[in-house]
Design a protein around this ligand. Structure first.
Ligand code: SF4
Length: 343
């Protein structure tokens, strides 16, 4: 029996969106079998003393019976109480008048909403016409029920000049003042996202640090950590350390709707698959999880950061990255282009 607590997040229902930045990567929606939740928890129950269970890993509450679902998620946990996050389904918020009441009941005080610019850009990047207006409507519904909206915006070379207009819109709507009126806090923040999943395809339009509009800098998440790719390449060219992925206090596992198992380290691509709950022996799956023994993680321990830079970096690029995001970018590129194909 392992003492380290386990979190299982299962893609039981899918997601109504197809965001172009989705770090998990796009997957088809498929409603899993009715007893899949208990079956999955039971597979892990003999091995872990504490198991936190979530019936979603993409869109929270993307099932019509979200109240019963939340109760069942709690019941399925083993020696654990699942937290609610500052996340909700804006798709459901604008379609189901009772959903916002449910969020209040379970103690949600802030909900993050994601933009990619104004209407056309947000609709295109969420993958659904009407998404921008739904986000504005969701903002109003949350405020009416004294829940603070938090606006996050993804920035790239295509939308950088549009985002100051989004910031101005939040000021025109007086979101900060309206949150303060009930003791809440409105936050607006901007960032380029990691470079996993679908966002990897957007590498060509990744923001350059000196192209960030000055009025966005106070709202830029980890602005001080951003460095041009060229500087990171120069700094790490001879680095002998490895890119390390490791579970610290808790093991978090994602279960796809086809029962594939992944760590939450980066995207859910074949290179990162731990195994399959239906076809692999459970003892062996748990061993791989606990010992962090998968082909991708073995590859990470075998290649140095300097080698990754020399093989996969672009020393002439001024695209901006946080260092940890750039390490993941390099390693995933290495897996896709070299190590994995060579197997
Ligand atoms: S980022 Fe979230 S909401 Fe968007 S497609 Fe991915 S899982 Fe769905």
């Amino acid at each position: 029996m392992y003492e380290k607590p386990l979190t299982l997040a299962v893609d039981l229902y899918g997601c109504p969106n197809r965001c172009l930045h989705c770090w998990l990567g796009h997957m088809p929606n498929r409603v899993m079998e009715p007893d899949a939740d208990r079956w999955i928890v039971d597979r892990f129950r003999p091995y872990f003393r504490s198991i936190e269970f979530f019936s979603w890993l993409r869109e929270p509450d993307f099932c019509p019976d979200y109240r019963a679902r939340w109760e069942r998620d709690k019941q399925l946990c083993v020696n654990a109480v699942p937290p609610r996050f500052e996340l909700a389904s804006f798709w459901r918020l604008v379609r189901d008048p009772d959903y916002v009441n449910f969020l209040k009941e379970v103690g949600v005080s802030c909900v993050q909403l994601t933009f990619f610019g104004l209407e056309a850009a947000t609709d295109r990047c969420v993958g659904r016409k009407g998404a921008f207006r739904e986000l504005l409507r969701a903002t109003e519904l949350l405020l009416e029920h004294e829940i603070s909206p938090r606006w996050q915006a993804f920035v790239d070379e295509e939308n950088r000049n549009e985002l100051p207009e989004l910031l101005r819109l939040s000021e025109e709507l007086d979101l900060a003042g309206r949150c303060a009126a009930f003791g809440g806090v409105f936050k607006f923040f901007v960032h380029p996202g990691s470079c996993d999943g679908e966002n990897r395809r957007r590498y060509p339009i990744r923001i350059r640090k000196d192209h960030i509009p000055p009025e966005l800098i106070p709202y830029f998440y980890h602005y001080e950590l951003l460095q041009p790719e060229s500087e990171l390449c120069a700094a790490w060219r001879d680095e002998r350390a490895h890119v390390v992925y490791h579970n610290e206090d808790r093991i978090v596992l994602y279960v796809s709707n086809t029962y594939d198992l992944y760590f939450n380290f980066t995207h859910m691509r074949p290179e990162w698959r731990i195994g399959n709950l239906k076809t692999d022996p459970m003892d062996e799956l748990v061993r791989r999880v606990v010992e962090e023994d998968t082909p991708a993680l073995r590859a990470a321990r075998a290649v140095t950061l300097g080698e990754l830079v020399r093989l996969c970096g672009d020393p002439g690029s001024d695209r901006a990255f946080e260092p940890e995001d750039y390490k993941s970018y390099l390693f995933n590129k290495y897996l896709e282009e070299r190590a994995w194909k060579a197997r």
